[in-house]
Design a protein around this ligand. Structure first.
Ligand code: B4P
Length: 190
C-alpha cells in the first residue's frame, strides 16, 4: 500500500501534481488546504477558526489539523487503499502524529515527494492564481508571510524525512508533465 506525502512551499505545485498522481496511481487524496477551505465555506466552527489563520498566512494549530485529518481517514474507506497527503504534515509535531496514526493502521509513509522551486517563481505563480482564485491568502502580503512560515516551521521536515530515508527531491520547475514524469519515476521505484 502506497502512502505518499507531497511536500513543498506554497505554490510549488502540490495540488497540481497530486491530481496527476491520483489519476495514475488511484490513491485517495487528502488536501488539508481543501478540507479547511470547505469548512470555511460551510461556516463551521473549525472553518471560522481556520479563516483567521489562513488569511494572515499562518498555520492552523497542530491539534486542530491532526484531529481533522484523523476524522477524514476514519470516514473514508477508500483511504485504506493508500493516500496522497497534500499539504500535511507541515510541522514536526504533525509528522510525528502522522507516523503514529499510520502505525495504528499497520502502515507507514512510503515516500515524501519534495517539490523544490525558486522563490521568485513561487510568488509569480501564487499572484497569477490570485487573479482568479478569490482565495484570501493569494495576495503579496499574505504570500510573503506564508513563505516565512514555510521556511521557519515546515522546512525542518525535510531533514526529518531525509533521516528516515524517505525524502525524494524533485526539481519543481518546468512543465507540469515533465515534473510529473520525475515524480512517477520515483514512485515506480518504490
Ligand atoms: P494549501 O491549500 O496547502 O496551499 P499552498 O501551500 O499554497 O499550496 P497549493 O496546493 O494551494 O498550491 P500549489 O502548490 O498546488 O494551504 C493553504 C493554507 O491552509 C496554509 O497557508 C495554512 O494556513 C492552512 N493549512 C493547510 N494545511 C495545513 C496544515 N497541515 N497545518 C496547518 N495549516 C494548514 O499550486 C500553486 C499554483 O501554481 C497553481 O495556481 C498552479 O496552477 C500553479 N502551478 C503548479 N505547477 C506549475 C508549473 N509547473 N508551472 C507553472 N505553474 C504551476
Amino acid at each position: 500500500m502506497l502512502n505518499i506525502v507531497i511536500f513543498g512551499a506554497p505554490g510549488s505545485g502540490k495540488g497540481t501534481q497530486s491530481e496527476k498522481i491520483i489519476e495514475k496511481y488511484g490513491l485517495f487524496h487528502i488536501s488539508t488546504g481543501d478540507v479547511l477551505r470547505a469548512e470555511m465555506k460551510n461556516g463551521t466552527e473549525l472553518g471560522k477558526i481556520a479563516e483567521g489563520y489562513i488569511s494572515k498566512g499562518q498555520l492552523v494549530p497542530d491539534d486542530l489539523i491532526v484531529d481533522m485529518l484523523a476524522k477524514v481517514l476514519d470516514m473514508n474507506e477508500e483511504a485504506k487503499r493508500g493516500v496522497i497527503f497534500d499539504g500535511f504534515p507541515r510541522t514536526i509535531p504533525q509528522a510525528e502524529a502522522l507516523k503514529k496514526m499510520l502505525a495504528e493502521r499497520n502502515t507507514e509513509v512510503s515516500a515524501v515527494i519534495g517539490l523544490e522551486v525558486e522563490e521568485k517563481e513561487l510568488i509569480d505563480r501564487l499572484l497569477k492564481r490570485g487573479q482568479v482564485s478569490g482565495r484570501s491568502d493569494d495576495n503579496l502580503e499574505t504570500i510573503k508571510s506564508r513563505l516565512d512560515v514555510y521556511h521557519n516551521q515546515t522546512t525542518p521536515l525535510k531533514d526529518f524525512y531525509i533521516k528516515e530515508k524517505k525524502y525524494k527531491k524533485i526539481h519543481g520547475m518546468g512543465s507540469v508533465d515533465s515534473i510529473f514524469d520525475s515524480i512517477a519515476k520515483e514512485i515506480d521505484n518504490l
